[in-house]
Design a binder for this molecule. Structure first.
Ligand SMILES: Nc1ncnc2c1ncn2[C@@H]1O[C@H](COP(=O)(O)OP(=O)(O)OP(=O)(O)O)[C@@H](O)[C@H]1O
Ligand SMILES: [Mg+2]
Length: 262
C-alpha cells in the first residue's frame, strides 16, 4: 500500500468527486458536525474501503455519496450530475438508476419472493419492462450464486444468501456506483469472504464500489482504504496498480451486470 494524495482518484477521470463536503446534524441545543472538509475522488472500477472508529462519520459519508442524504456544505458530483443540489424527487430518481445500496441487515422486503425483490428496482425505475425484469432478476441471482432460492421468501434464506440477493438487487438497474455499509457485519468469516469477493468482482467489471467495513485485513482485497476520524479524512492508502490488478484477477467475477437504459 502506498499513500495516495488525499482525495486523489489515481489519475483516471473520477466517477465520484466530493469537494469540501460537510454534514451537520441539528441536535438539541445546536448542531453536531459529523463530517467536515471532505475532498475525495473515486475512479470507475475502484474498490474503496472506508474505515474508522464508531462515530467517525463512515455511514454519514456513505449516505451522502449514495444520495440518501444531503451535505450541509460542499459539492458532490457523480458522473455528470451534481447530486447535492438535486431536489428530493430528482434525487430519488437519480439514485434508483445510478446507485446500488447494500446494507448490513440486507433489508429485503419480507413479503416478496427473492426474485421479486431483485426485480422491484427495475419496475420502480422502469428501466426494464416487466416481462424482461423477471428474467434479468433470475440472471443476476445466478451471477451471485443463489438462483435456486429465487422463489422463496427472504426469511427462508441464510444471512449470506440474503446478502447475495441484496447484491443482486443492487445491480438490478446496472448502476455505475455500488455502496455498501458494513455488508459483512452480520456474516460469518467464510460468508464474509464470499461477499467481499463478489464486491471485488463488481469493481473488476468497472463499477465503483464504496464499502464501509470493520474487516481487519480489508487492505488485502480493496484497492484503496480511506480512513476517517472525527468526521475528517485522515488517511488514504492504495495498493500498487500491479498488486490491485492481480488481486482483482484472483477473485471471481459475478459476471457482466448487463446493460440497459439509464
Ligand atoms: N441523524 C443524526 N442526528 C444527529 N447526529 C447524528 C445523526 N446521524 C449521525 N449522527 C452523529 O454523527 C456521527 C457520525 O455518525 P455515523 O453514523 O456516520 O458514524 P459511523 O462511523 O458510521 O459509526 P458506526 O461505526 O458506529 O456505524 C456520530 O457521532 C453520530 O452520533
Ligand atoms: Mg455506521
Amino acid at each position: 500500500m502506498s499513500v495516495a494524495g488525499l482525495g486523489d482518484a489515481g489519475g483516471a477521470e473520477p466517477l465520484v468527486r466530493l469537494r469540501g463536503v460537510g454534514k451537520q446534524f441539528a441536535v438539541a441545543g445546536g448542531s453536531f458536525t459529523a463530517l467536515q472538509g471532505v475532498d475525495l475522488a473515486l475512479a470507475a472500477g475502484e474498490f474503496v474501503a472506508v474505515v474508522g472508529k464508531s462515530g467517525s462519520g463512515k455511514s454519514t459519508l456513505m449516505n451522502l455519496v449514495a444520495g440518501l442524504d444531503r451535505p450541509t456544505a460542499g459539492e458532490i458530483q457523480v458522473g455528470q450530475t451534481r447530486i447535492d443540489d438535486l431536489g428530493e424527487s430528482r434525487l430519488a430518481a437519480w439514485r434508483g438508476r445510478n446507485v446500488g445500496v447494500v446494507f448490513q441487515f440486507f433489508q429485503l422486503l419480507p413479503t416478496l419472493t427473492v426474485v421479486e425483490n431483485v426485480a422491484l428496482p427495475m419496475d420502480f425505475c422502469r428501466t426494464w419492462p416487466r416481462q424482461q425484469a423477471h428474467g434479468r432478476a433470475l440472471a443476476l441471482l445466478d451471477q451471485v450464486g443463489v438462483a435456486d432460492q429465487a422463489n422463496k421468501l427472504p426469511a427462508a434464506l441464510s444471512g449470506g444468501q440474503q446478502q447475495r440477493v441484496a447484491i443482486a438487487r443492487a445491480l438490478a438497474n446496472d448502476p455505475p456506483l455500488v455502496v455498501a455499509d458494513e455488508p459483512t457485519g452480520n456474516l460469518d468469516s467464510h460468508t464474509t469472504d464470499m461477499v467481499l469477493q463478489l464486491l471485488a468482482g463488481l469493481a473488476r467489471i468497472g463499477k465503483t464500489v464504496l464499502m464501509v467495513t470493520h474487516e481487519r485485513d480489508i487492505a488485502a482485497i480493496a484497492h484503496r482504504v480511506v480512513s476517517l476520524a472525527d468526521g475528517r479524512v485522515v488517511g488514504d492508502a492504495r495498493a500498487a496498480p500491479a498488486e490491485a490488478t492481480s488481486r482483482a484477477q484472483a477473485v471471481g467475477s459475478p459476471g457482466g451486470g448487463g446493460s440497459g437504459a439509464r
